[in-house]
Structures are given as structure tokens and as C-alpha cells.
Write a protein that binds this ligand. Sequence first.
Ligand code: FAD
Length: 467
Amino acid sequence: MKKIIVAGAGHGGIVAAMYLAQAGFDVTVYEAKQEADLGYAQYDSVHLDGFELAGIPVPEDYKVKRTGITFMIPGTDLPPLKQGVSDDTYNVEIDRKALYRWLIGPAKEAGVCFRFGCAVKAPIMLGSRVAGLTTDEGDVYADLVIDAAGIYSPVRSQLPEALGIQNTITSTDIMRTYRAFYTRNMEAGEPAYKYIVSLLPSPFCGIVWAITHETEVDILIASMAGELTDELIEEKTALLKASNPVIGEFIRGGRVADIPVRQPLSMLVADGYAAVGDSAFMTIPLKGSGVGHAMRAGKILADTVIADENGFYTRESLWGYQVKFFEEMGNGSMLMAVIKNELPFITQEDIEYFFRENIISSELLEAFGSEAKFTKILASIKFKELREKARKIVGRPYVRGVLVRGGKNITRCIMAQGNLKEKYETKSANKWNASYNALFDSILEEALKENTKEPAEEAEAKNDTEA
Ligand SMILES: Cc1cc2nc3c(=O)[nH]c(=O)nc-3n(C[C@H](O)[C@H](O)[C@H](O)COP(=O)(O)OP(=O)(O)OC[C@H]3O[C@@H](n4cnc5c(N)ncnc54)[C@H](O)[C@@H]3O)c2cc1C
């Protein structure tokens, strides 16, 4: 019987483990935490298709109609902008502990063995093949290692460079978040909007939200600009409280955690190895949602492994997973990552401009909720309209950057996607890998350079664009 070991009980890893055990594989998951400590006191949203496309039953008790987000700009008289949401769209709003129970129960029934409280320390290499894991319980060898240990995976981060799997991440790759729950101050009455997100520009660069539930208020403070200090958390909590009188007293939460908000890992597989979920940066870059993608990728991975009748689990035989992930999710995430790379430079005036000029519309906001719609909107006539607006405002560097440079980089991304060939060949796989990483390095570099231009260079660039 082929042996598969999973590092970390990440959502995609559990889904893959369940399908593989059902197919007769010997599967063990090594998870650092105790089972009771998995998840946290937090409700998260997962699109229904995250469950449906992963073949996991939708937890009906947690299915709710989607609430449109209302965006606000604190300290201005600009009217709030409400995200459009079609009537028939539902989400699963589920607390993480319940979600873990929902996934782990069937995985155990399928025969997956969970070693809770057992941390993975590093991959074991035999030449260029990942042959096992060093864990708290000693070394374990397997035919395939699935890496589902999250953003700071000790497996991915210690793979030899020769495998071509990017193992470091930079501060621009993450969004640092603080999430807490407060009592709902009933005396404040019904809030005008239930789900309020305020955009906070550079230098904080991020968002804060207040979501009013029946008896409590969920708050989030998220920054894309590095440290989220206690002082910043205090300051932003006070800001939220001042504009949302429904926020009462602290109840629970208060955890600081990082979410990947970058393009997916360019290379998901190596001989004996496959990464899934946050360890491969599969979150949607503009939102940080990653549960749905992780579960769907877990299913694709299991299908690919089951289809490998030789049981060698090489980069070549796992290539189908790489290709299908990008086709179904990764290509859309690449485009969103282009836009995301511009966000750290946004100013208060630019945000106001976006709202005032209707560059951010209710429809565009809806598109951000769905990759399929996002891609469609980019390809639609609306994009031309945005470009027209950009022409009128060439003196506004940030907006010009996003609309003109963003458009160019999206085209570069679409062209790069052509480098990922369906049939595996070492040469073309290496070309894809190198060109993908070089593309995003250059996009980030360019955004940095353009957005930190001196005024004289700025005037020159403006003349160039006008010409
Ligand atoms: C505040 C916050 C809010 C979020 N909200 C949403 C949301 O609403 N919707 C959504 O879809 N996504 C949301 N996300 C993102 C989501 O949590 C992840 O994208 C998703 O969990 C997929 O990640 P994963 O399962 O691969 O990894 P993780 O959830 O990070 O799981 C990795 C597992 O590996 C274990 N592990 C780590 N290191 C080791 C080790 N050395 N040895 C053994 N085990 C190890 C960890 O204990 C953990 O159990 C949110 C994230 C945060 C931080």
C-alpha cells in the first residue's frame, strides 16, 4: 500500500487525505496542535463553490445569504459605497472549530490517521526527492509528502533551492491581521449597514471592518505595511468604535495572524512533494480568502495522485495538479495579485478620487468577490472607460499607475500563462517557473519605483503619458 504523509492539518491537506484514504492509500496527517486546539473563535466566509467543487457537502446549518459589504472612507463626506450582490448568492459562514470538525470527521471515517500534537520540523531529502518528514516523533518516510502546513510551512521553507520552489516570503506577500469580537451595544439601535469596511491608506495601508451580528460585533484590523503594533491596534479600534457605536465591550479573540496576499507559488510540485493551501499561497490576493481554494486544490491533488498508476509521484506525474490548479484558480489569482501590488501606495486623496469619480463602482466591488466576474470585467468595455478616465487624470500618479501600468501588467500575466504547458517537459516547466517569478519580481519593483518617484521625474512621466 502506498504511503502518503501530510504536514499540517491545513484544509486542503485534510480534503486530499480523505479522498486518498478512500482510494485505499495509507495516509497520516502530522499536526502540531492538539485536535481540540484547532481553529479559533472566529466566523469565516467560504463561497459555496469552495465546498461544491471540492465534493464536500455544504454545511447547511451555516449557509447564509451573502451580505454586500459597505465601503466607507472615514473622515470624509463621501457617501458609502455598497457592494452589489445578486439575490441568489450564498456563503457558508462557519466558525473554524466547526469547519475543522466538518472536515476531520469524514477524513477519520475514511481511514486517515491523525497524529495531533506532533510538529513537523523539516523535509527529508533523498537526492532531489522529498522522501519524508522529520517530526517530533522521529523521521517518517513516505511515497509522497503533502505540504499543508500553512504560510510558514517548515517543509516548503526548507526545500533545497535546486527544486525551484520559492521558499521565502517578503513583507509585501502578507497581510497582518487582528481579529476580535465585542458585545453589541443594543442601545445604539440598528446600524445603517451591517458589514462596514473602511479603507485606510498609506502608511497604514489596509482595512478595518465592523460586522454587526445579532449579539456581537466582529472587528478586523488588517495592514499590508508590516508590523501591527499594540499601539496601532488600539488606535484603529478607537477609530472603529468612534464610527460604530454598536461596538461594546471586548469578549474574545485578539489574535494576530498573517494571511498570504500574493500570487500563488509558481511551482506546486516536486518529486515526492506537493504543496496545497496557504503553504502554496492559494488565497485570493485581494481578499485573503483561502479556505475554498485550499479545499478545491486538495480534491484536484487527490485526483492527480490517484491517476498516477505507477505510483512514482514525480514532478511529471503530479504536473496535472499544477496545471489544473492554475486553470481553475491560479490564473485569476495572478491577475488579482497585479492589482494588489499597487495597493501599498494608495493615498487618502486617491481613495477619495476613486470613490468620487465612480472608478470603484458597486459592480466592480461585486467583481472582487468572484474571480470569474473579476476576469470578465477586466475584459469588458468598462476597462476602456477606466482608461479614458486615467487619461484625464495623468497628473495623479497612483491612479495612473494602477490603470495604465496595471493594464499592461495584466496583459503580461495573461501572456505568461501561456508558458504553463499541459504536458510536462523539464525545459518548459523550468521556463514557466523562471518567467513567472521574474514577472512578479519586476511588477513589484516597477510599482515601487513608479510610486516613489521624485517630483521632477514625475513631471517627466506625466509629459510622456500625455504625449
Ligand atoms: C484573521 C483571518 C481571517 C481569515 N478569514 C478567512 C475567510 O473568511 N475565508 C477564507 O476562506 N479564508 C480566510 N482566511 C484565510 C484562511 O485561514 C486560509 O487561507 C486557509 O486556512 C487555508 O490555509 P491552510 O488550511 O492551507 O493553512 P492553515 O489554516 O494555516 O493550516 C495549517 C495547519 O498546519 C499546522 N502546522 C503549521 N506548522 C506546523 C508544523 N511545523 N508541524 C505540524 N503542523 C503544523 C497548523 O497548526 C495548522 O493547523 C483568514 C485568515 C486569517 C488569519
